[in-house]
Design a protein around this ligand. Structure first.
Ligand code: LLP
Length: 428
């Protein structure tokens, strides 16, 4: 499972037919139609276990960053496997609680929390709320004081390290980025938090980027966090017992290396030894990306100029990553297909950016063939849209020989459910 998409255990081919664990994808397509996201429970559990093993012996907590995939069946599976949840909005908090995750297993981050989101987090009693600016921390204190509560607060800091992620859009921990408290302001933020009786300063937090394999930036950031924890203790922070390294662990999409878990262990161990803190991490992609694939069906084939074009029934509405980050997702035919072509695999959406693969070696697909787009468990359904009035796709969870519908496909009626049939005009 460490090998991600290459794992023949999770995605075996039996008699030429691609399966997820013990279930043929063709059977799922027959029952729920296409496009559909299909997730492997065994892979989710194995990835949680891999992180737990890597951090074994270091007091730690793993909070799954549910922005990667907020399907409640996925949340329940990972929570049952020992993960807490990292949420970044009132909606995510609502979904995590609705999945049965207790608030004490939830950390709440996010760069722009509203007054009502902060109040919801307080009311629920989350483990820690991570403030990303001094103004936000002051507001959180005021809300806690109004409610007569004491809030466990973390300071999300920007350690301002050099980050190398797969795409500039997923680098977050460099100077000038919008996330976190700039490192120069941290002493002032600590002093302010300590002066507010409605706050208990519990954590120093960072998240420097995503899809990082070497963890050099995490190591550099962790060293800065350790110094901040020690300085905050000097300044009187007696309840500061959590050091959160964020997420960002890379997975294999193609042939790139996965995140170095031995390095993660070493970083966590050193940070714990230096501070005594429990080490938290917030992985999203690492836990879910290679647990899921997007099942889609070929509609048409055509040639345009020199390009061979395969049109499928999924596109940027189901998987925006290729359009947004020029991301690579491995493509495989579900049934046996003889021969390969070089071509584009594209969706039906009216955008030139609507492609799943460009100028790639593809199986010689024909209309009606089923196709698996791999590594879609993270930031697939979570970033889906209904552009072109396309109902959102179904989500299926496979567990051994069994499978279940986890999220029903949206209907046309859902597309007009919230807009008003007639307008109830008012005047100010
Ligand atoms: N913690 C915080 C504060 C974050 O902002 C993120 C991701 C994570 C944890 C989880 O990061 P992960 O372990 O999944 O790398 N849509 C992009 C990724 C955006 C990541 C945003 N923040 C993509 O599809 O690559």
């Amino acid at each position: 499972v460490g090998q991600g998409v290459l794992s023949a255990e999770v995605f075996p081919r039996v008699d030429g037919q691609l399966h997820v664990e013990g279930v043929p994808l063709a059977a799922i397509a027959r029952e729920v139609g296409t496009p559909a996201y299909v997730y492997s429970a065994a892979h989710l559990r194995a990835r949680a276990a891999a992180l737990q093993a890597a951090l074994h012996g270091v007091p730690h907590g793993i909070h799954y960053s549910m922005k990667a995939n907020g399907c409640r069946a996925v949340l329940r599976t990972l929570h049952a496997a020992g993960c807490g949840i990292d949420v970044v909005s009132g909606g995510e908090l609502y979904k995590a609680l609705a999945a049965g995750v207790p608030a004490s297993d939830i950390v709440f981050g996010g760069v722009g929390k509203t007054r009502s989101e902060i109040a919801e987090a307080l009311r629920a009693g989350v483990r820690v709320l991570n403030g990303e600016s001094r103004a936000e921390i002051a507001l959180a204190a005021a809300i806690a004081a109004e409610q007569g509560l004491v809030l466990d607060i973390g300071l999300r800091v920007n350690p301002e390290v050099e980050v190398t992620a797969a795409h500039a859009y997923i680098e977050t921990g460099e100077e000038g980025h919008k996330f976190g408290i700039p490192q120069g302001e941290v002493p002032a933020a600590v002093a302010e938090a300590l002066a507010l009786p409605a706050l208990r300063l519990r954590a120093i937090v960072m998240h420097v980027g995503s899809q990082m394999s070497t963890l050099t930036a995490v190591r550099a950031g962790a060293e800065r966090l350790v110094a901040m924890v020690l300085a905050a203790r000097e300044a009187g922070a007696r309840d500061l017992d959590l050091l959160d390294l964020g997420g960002g662990l890379a997975v294999r999409y193609d042939d790139e290396p996965e995140a170095d878990l031995a390095a993660l262990r070493d970083i966590a161990q050193r940070a714990h030894a230096a501070t005594g803190c429990t080490i938290l991490i917030e992985p999203g992609r690492y836990l879910v990306a290679n647990a899921g694939l997007l099942l889609t069906r070929v509609l048409y084939r055509k040639t345009s100029g020199d390009s061979e074009i395969v049109i499928v029934d999924a596109g940027m509405t189901e998987l925006v990553r290729p359009a947004l980050y020029e991301a690579y997702h491995r493509i495989e035919a579900v049934g046996p297909v003889a021969g390969t072509i070089t071509g584009d695999l594209v969706g039906p959406v009216c955008e030139s950016g609507d492609f799943l693969a460009l100028a790639r070696a593809l199986p010689d697909l024909r209309p009606g063939d089923l196709v698996a787009v791999h590594s879609v468990g993270a930031y697939g359904s979570a970033m889906a849209s209904t552009y072109n009035a396309r109902p959102r796709a179904a989500e299926v969870l496979v567990d051994g020989e069994r499978w279940a519908l986890a999220t029903a496909r949206e209907s046309y009626a859902d597309l007009v459910r919230l807009d008003r049939e007639t307008l109830d005009w008012r005047t100010a």
